[in-house]
Design a binder for this molecule. Sequence first.
Ligand SMILES: C[S@@+](CC[C@H](N)C(=O)[O-])C[C@H]1O[C@@H](n2cnc3c(N)ncnc32)[C@H](O)[C@@H]1O
Length: 247
Amino acid sequence: MIDSTSLFGRVAAEYDFGRPSWPSAALDLVERELQLGPEASVLDLGAGTGKLTQLLLERFASVVAVEPDAAMRALIPREAHVLPAAAEQIPMPGDSFAAVFCGESFHWFDWKAAIPEIARVLVPHGGLVLLWNRPSGGLDSADWPAAVGEALNRLLDPIPHEHRYLSFAWRDALTDSPFDELSFESVRNAGVLEPERLLARIASWSHVASLPDDERLALLEEVAAQLTAPRYRATLETHVYWTRLST
Ligand SMILES: C[S@@+](CC[C@H](N)C(=O)[O-])C[C@H]1O[C@@H](n2cnc3c(N)ncnc32)[C@H](O)[C@@H]1O
């Protein structure tokens, strides 16, 4: 069983450099739907290196960022109130937040413990926002050379990691919970990456980051040798889910 709370720390710099940010249209949408004003206090849960935290700081009066991994946490903008903790035990009093945001993190949680914790720290009818950046054309998320796809496809069983999102077990965990039914919209998140950034993005994927060092470095070297173009197009879709506490 992989420990999701320390998996990303070994690639924190690559994560921060290579991973995409979040489109403002996705945040506009949930701000509107959940009627969140600039005075709102919000929680970024599983904040990573703070990509979403930064955007929340630009919109809301108070942002708390909870992240269990020290190396990831070290990169979160200092304007946020940063806490070393996990979703299953949030070190904040009840009724603290108008909304909780989970950017590419909710699929890693132990939902049995995390969902009641999220409900506890929210005000009545508080909002929950779940975001994922997904490749828009299958698993390949960029127009990289075929040899890169082949090298990545050789990886032993990347499916369990993918499966955490695609199984939708996280969505089932929210049925019969204190939350209303989830709403969903997909928002385009297109980007163009230099090869260094694309390589860092690949290095930060959980099924690559969790390989033994020798395998991981050999794979990245092989991929790097193939990335000879000045830039690559990477078209993603941001999957946006939101709901509110029923009471
Ligand atoms: C894919 S990263 C997403 C980071 C960030 N939210 C973003 O927008 O880029 C997933 C993060 O969730 C964190 N994480 C994993 N398990 C967690 C848990 N049980 N509670 C809170 N965070 C967790 C990881 O340490 C990692 O930083």
